[in-house]
Design a protein around this ligand. Sequence first.
Ligand SMILES: C[S@@+](CC[C@H](N)C(=O)[O-])C[C@H]1O[C@@H](n2cnc3c(N)ncnc32)[C@H](O)[C@@H]1O
Length: 249
Amino acid sequence: MLSAMSAPQGQGPTFRELVVQALSSVEHGYDLLAPKFDHTAYRTPGPVLTSVTGALRPLGPFGSGLDVCCGTGAGMGVLRQVCRERITGVDFSAGMLAVARDRTRAAPDAPRTDWVRADARALPFAPVFDLAVSFGAFGHFLSRERPGLFAQVHSVLRPGGRFAFPIVAPARPGSRPYWSLLAFDTAMRVRNAVWRPRFVMYYRTFRLGDVWKELIGAGFEVELRPLDDLGRRADGSPRCRLVVATRPV
Ligand SMILES: C[S@@+](CC[C@H](N)C(=O)[O-])C[C@H]1O[C@@H](n2cnc3c(N)ncnc32)[C@H](O)[C@@H]1O
């Protein structure tokens, strides 16, 4: 599984680098991975970002946007296309933020861009955002931390503001992805039982039913939009949906 994350032509991390990263804390692990992160499969793929941008357009344009756990800035590219005033990326890895800053070219018509180092569980913002997005990071939060995380996002949105993120349909029980994800999560649980610092990264804990209830509990109104361009499963259901949680006016 780890070797599958290495990019072709030696641009991605080596197996040894991935092992060192996996034995670190989440924050330090990403600091180490940052220079090569964009060559791994952990970066949210372009088609997902394009699809989410397309689904957000009819809901916008938005004024100011926040990318929660922005990493090297994948979601900032989405915000740049749907927000007019100001966009902010927040992440706790200084290494990831440094790469993000370096790679951002200031286009003359781009909204003002800020990068903030902070823990998403304690966001240092007033309610000033019209849109918050997050990509590829929910596996880093324990299930019990999620209500607090959602409450934090709710608290930084203006009334009427939206919190949007894609959610992938769960792997069919017995399928290859099902067993791969189960094996990965089991390996991480064993690792975290015997090694400190913990590296929290679980694929199978982010389930739509739980997430829906927790968003409602945090005060959001929730709707789902199919991301049709990302395909459908054999039973006709969408492979991926956009969760749109709105802070009521
Ligand atoms: C898999 S990367 C995803 C990055 C980017 N959103 C993307 O889709 O390419 C996960 C990111 O979440 C950040 N992260 C994890 N837990 C965090 C927390 N509690 N507060 C802030 N950032 C966090 C990591 O530093 C890392 O940059």
